[in-house]
Design a binder for this molecule. Structure first.
Ligand code: GAR
Length: 206
């Protein structure tokens, strides 16, 4: 069983998908702790309802490096081996990434390398997709490196953009795909079926 730590900032629907998949026995892992950088993140309630330790760690008064050190301390204290960013809208410090190299997974609501990087998060991504007029968008699960959304890609899935889509309808469609590929990536990781070769992620599905 892999010890998982989930970092969130908001509603936590991706977190819920992970909790549900673990409950169904689909993932060989356990969530040891949920950490939010926002006090009012609804994901904390979801965690508590599932009897998982769910804590708010206030970033106020800390530099990003200091905050990163605190997060790593809390995760290591609980023997976390895989960190999942499930709508965690804060850039991780370099030391954090070094402490969990190739052990941090992020979900992003577009087909990276489109509509990603600095400033592209949450609904802003869907707004940009609609403004640009692309016909397809989607979701990406990737490992986290020092850049913004630049790490090796694990899974992606396409979502069609329809003429009458709004930020809200697109968000809903993309979220459904996010939940699916995030759970699948965690499942594969926990079963040791993922290897990284440079920028490429090799998935061994046998
Ligand atoms: C999700 O759409 C996730 O992909 C996005 O925030 C949302 C969180 O929703 N993350 C990013 O934009 C990261 N750059 P949730 O709290 O309901 O899981």
């Amino acid at each position: 069983m892999v010890n998982i730590g989930v970092l969130i900032s908001g509603s936590g629907t991706n977190l819920q998908a992970i909790i549900d998949a673990i409950d169904k026995g689909l993932i060989k892992g356990n969530i040891k702790v949920i950490i939010s950088n926002r006090k009012d993140a609804y994901g904390l309630e979801r965690g508590k309802k599932a009897n998982i330790e769910s804590i708010f760690i206030d970033p106020k008064g800390y530099s990003n490096e200091e905050y990163g050190r605190i997060l790593v301390q809390e995760l290591k204290k609980r023997d976390v081996e895989l960190v999942v960013l499930a709508g965690f809208l804060k850039i991780l410090s370099k030391d954090f990434i070094a402490a969990y190299r190739n052990q941090i997974i992020n979900i992003h609501p577009s087909l990276i390398p489109s509509f990603c990087g600095k400033g592209y998060y949450g609904e802003k991504v869907h707004r940009a997709v609609l403004d640009y007029g692309v016909k397809y968008t989607g979701a990406t699960v990737h490992f986290v490196d020092e850049g913004a959304d630049t790490g090796p890609i694990i899974l992606q899935e396409v979502v069609k953009v329809d003429n009458n889509d709004t930020v809200e309808t697109l968000r809903e469609k993309v979220l459904r795909v996010e939940h699916k590929i995030l759970v699948e990536a965690i499942r594969l990781y926990c079963e040791g079926k993922i290897t990284i070769e440079g920028r490429k992620v090799i998935i061994n599905r046998e």
